[in-house]
Design a binder for this molecule. Sequence first.
Ligand code: FAD
Length: 420
Amino acid sequence: MEKQKFVVIGAGPVGALAALYAAGRGFDVEVYELRGDLRDPQVVPLNFTRSINLAMSERGINALKHANIPGLVDSIMTETIPMHGRMIHGVDNGSFTEESQNYDIHGRFISAVDRAGLNKRLLDELDKLPNVKMFFNYKLTGADFRAKRAWFEERSKPLTDHAQNPSEIQDAPPRATEIEVAFDFMLGCDGAHSAVRYHLMKYTRMDYTQSYIDTLWCEFHIDPTPSTAGTSEGDFKISPNHLHIWPGREFMFIAIPSSDKSFTSTLFLPAHHFAHLDANPSELVPFFNRYFPGVAGRLISESDLQKQYTENPHLPLITIKCSPHHYASSAVILGDAAHAMVPFYGQGMNAGLEDVRVLFSFLDAAAPTPEGRTSALAAYSTQRTPDASAICDLALRNYQEMRADVASPIYKFRKWVEEK
Ligand code: FAD
């Protein structure tokens, strides 16, 4: 087979890893990314006001290891913070309480990783490879998967603004310059509102569902303690080795540690509660005091809490399932493009990175011909679609666990029995 050109759409964590796997196998790789280069300080990560921390698990780490890049995993892991369990916050007789619940009796843990840091590290590796070309500020607008041609708008004005909703970015005003690109194989890693998936649907009988839950999320930031005389930096305000949860039964507030000793926090709340607090801003601090004791005033000043609530967007949570994930030998979708999920199981990115490992294990085992790739992609879709669907369901189920069950007497009894 002639040297094949792999085109990767989206330079998020999944697209960047997919490009590294493809380049490592000697293919010519081109990566097209709608936004600017994340390493440019002007570029704000999609969906977030700044970089946030995510929980990385064995699933994601294993996929990074299989990229076979010396030093890559070690350099990423040194920047992570181990979270050995969750810390459940409450109040008892007027005093704040903390209850540590370990994830694993053998001491295994998940790691808090800076999403942008991980993404940049993968982009740095791509920069080193002679068979990779990266195109930032290029938006996929069309694709013909039979003729293997794709069209992109080159955005002369980079998108550095913060989109309230990721789908709005797909609908940003068209640009003047359009280019046509020929390819042999397209890997669509362009997120939940994937343009690749949209075009793929015209070529294959794709079953597709998307569903929103009646919960929105808003990002908060907990600063480190102020630095004291003689020290250059402050400290973590709460334990750095836990994922912190304030369970509110129907909603919750969580915090994940960052290596700069701050925490990325998220408020998950039904839309009608957001609407009520939007209309009655003076109720925000009392609401936090009632349901998330010890946050307002202690971890985030009341004025800052109000400011962050008002300034940071209140974003939706979507589950997307589809099948198949591919078309013939010419296209596949990976990551959120194939299976966006609610974030309660901490597995969205991990599962997307795992897609890359699993996909290439099928491609590696196939004959190096278009027919071989067609069979490999069909087998990949057959295996991966039920797995993706299962993890989407587990993620939904884990919301109940995090917001309510962790604090219920039944949960505590079950844990007590398990530990006996
Ligand atoms: P994305 O990160 O969405 O990247 C897609 C890229 O494609 C973007 O850079 C975008 O600009 C680009 N793009 C889009 N359209 C086009 C186009 N037309 N042309 C060219 N480029 C395009 N996951 C975890 O594993 N652990 C966690 O703890 C966790 N916590 C989360 C918390 C929250 C609040 C949220 C919202 C998500 C969380 N996730 C977590 C999920 C995780 O963020 C996603 O699963 C992950 O970012 C998906 O990566 P991706 O590369 O598939 O897609």
